[in-house]
Design a binder for this molecule. Structure first.
Ligand code: 5GP
Ligand code: ZN
Length: 161
């Protein structure tokens, strides 16, 4: 039987529906202010859950951010319902970008922690339209790994799900 949680082990506290929760904002958070509209943004979509606006320093033409109205520092704090709605919205914005901008591709990027490049501590998903010769570089080194190490990693993560 299917449940409404993301996995069978999710803490039910994190999957409360929005109706049961207040939208919690964080004082002095730039994206809380933008999401609620008290700081202006080039908004392309908004509803009671999210605001989607253009990045002020775009990596490419049309670079946008999907930002929940509720404050979550990062992906570890995000609840299942917000996450599900967010990705669903991303599919919609992606198609709109493809049709409006004529981009040849699209990257979704989501940074957690300074080490990963997060500069604004309010969860957000980047949608970066891609064009021939746009100069955007999202590459990373590719390492070799032996079977034993891969198995050790697989087991360690699996045990925590
Ligand atoms: P991060 O590095 O945290 O993944 O992404 C933060 C993004 O927010 C950056 O791409 C940055 O350009 C964008 N950003 C920062 N401040 C503002 C702002 O005041 N308005 C808008 N529209 N984007 C911002
Ligand atoms: Zn915030």
């Amino acid at each position: 039987m299917r449940t409404s949680s993301v996995c069978e082990h999710c803490d039910p506290e994190t999957i409360k529906t929005k109706k049961e929760r207040e939208i919690v904002m964080k004082k002095d958070c730039l994206f809380c202010e933008i999401a609620r509209g008290s700081i202006p943004s080039a908004t392309i979509y908004e509803d009671s859950w999210f605001r989607v606006f253009l990045d002020v320093n775009p990596a490419s033409r049309g670079h946008a951010l999907i930002v929940p109205r509720e404050h979550f520092d990062n992906i570890y704090e995000l609840d299942a319902e917000t996450a599900g709605r967010l990705f669903s919205l991303a599919t919609c914005i992606a198609r709109a970008m493809r049709d409006a901008l004529g981009c040849q591709g699209l990257n979704l990027v989501q940074n957690n922690g300074a080490i990963a490049g997060q500069t604004v501590e309010h969860f957000h998903l980047h949608l970066i339209p891609r064009y021939e010769g746009d100069g955007v570089d999202l590459t990373w080194p590719q390492h070799e790994i032996d079977k034993e190490e891969m198995e050790e990693i697989r087991k360690a993560i699996k045990a925590k799900i």
